[in-house]
Ligand binder design. Structure first.
Ligand SMILES: [Fe+2]
Ligand SMILES: [Fe+2]
Length: 297
């Protein structure tokens, strides 16, 4: 039997986001996409940052002519390259990974990410509005913990009945009276304890818009190797080490480390990571960790 897409011309749109300079994860999604018969691909921001190969990710998006929105990590990289950061970010260990990632981008990459819009609508499914975080900010996020009221307010801020977002690296589909909010999850750095590369495909069916959250396995050893061979691991201090742990466990380590360092009054440096790891339990819910942290402070 022929695949369904050859029987009926069904409009299909893929949205992928939070690639974060992870080329092996991105390549796995590109290979998966090749068999999906989609009419449009949109990129939900955070192509760069939190990973070693931002430039290669930008090049692949540019080569395909895919439209993208600007994530907060595009803003961070632009801030570094355009001199809008505090002086100490230019030399302290805490910011060494960000400096390395910003320097890795070409002038052409910077030009492309600077021109990205905060939001865009699909040309194939006009019901679909894509943002990175929320309609009002690319630095606040929606996830499984978001209340129905919060999601309804965010949905009311756009004209379309389908709000598609990313940023929290946690996929979700939430149906509301006024429409639907979908977080497509993350290609390059998932936080839902599933290390596979994740994205979403939207399709108009006779019963309305359907969404499929997809998970694509890839070889984590490849991205670990790139951390090493690119020099990012050696240059990136505590941040690069913690990002490796995030890839492996598909849950946050970096922000918990920063919060722990504040509570323990420890410098945010690689020499304190073992102490942090003795305190942090990656398998416990983050809320439990923050509870234990409050007792510490
Ligand atoms: Fe992100
Ligand atoms: Fe983000």
């Amino acid at each position: 039997m022929l695949p369904r897409r050859y029987n009926l011309p069904v409009p299909r749109v893929a949205v992928l986001a939070d690639i974060h300079g992870n080329v092996p994860a991105f390549e796995a999604v590109l290979a998966d996409l090749a068999g999906q018969g989609v009419d449009e691909v949109l990129v939900g921001g955070d192509l760069v940052g939190r990973g070693p190969e931002g430039s290669a990710v930008v090049a692949r998006v540019r080569a395909r002519g895919w439209r993208a929105v600007k994530g907060n990590h595009e803003d961070y990289m632009l801030d570094f390259r355009q001199g809008r950061v505090p002086d100490d970010w230019l030399f302290t260990e805490e910011w060494s990974a960000a400096r390395w990632m910003a320097a890795e981008l070409s002038a052409g990459d910077i030009e492309l990410i600077a021109a990205l819009p905060p939001s865009l609508a699909s040309e194939v499914l006009p019901e679909l509005r894509l943002v990175h975080g929320t309609p009002r900010s690319n630095n606040e996020g929606l996830g499984p913990w978001s209340s129905e009221r919060e999601l309804s307010e965010q949905l009311a801020a756009v004209a379309e009945p389908l709000l598609v977002c990313a940023h929290t690296h946690r996929p979700m589909v939430r149906d509301l009276a006024a429409g639907r909010v979908v977080n497509v999850g993350s290609v390059g750095l998932p936080f839902n304890r599933d290390p596979r590369a994740q994205y979403a495909i939207f399709e108009r069916t006779a019963r309305g818009l359907a969404v499929e959250l997809r998970q694509v396995p890839y070889d984590l050893a490849e991205i670990f190797q790139i951390y090493d061979s690119s020099g990012f691991l050696a240059a990136g201090g505590a941040t690069a080490r913690l990002l490796l742990l995030e890839l492996e466990h598909a849950t946050p380590f970096l922000v918990p480390f920063l919060k722990w360092a504040d509570a323990a009054q420890a410098p945010r440096e690689i020499g304190r990571i073992d102490e942090f790891l003795a305190f942090f339990r990656p398998d416990e819910p983050l809320s439990h960790f923050y509870g234990r942290l409050r007792e510490l402070g």
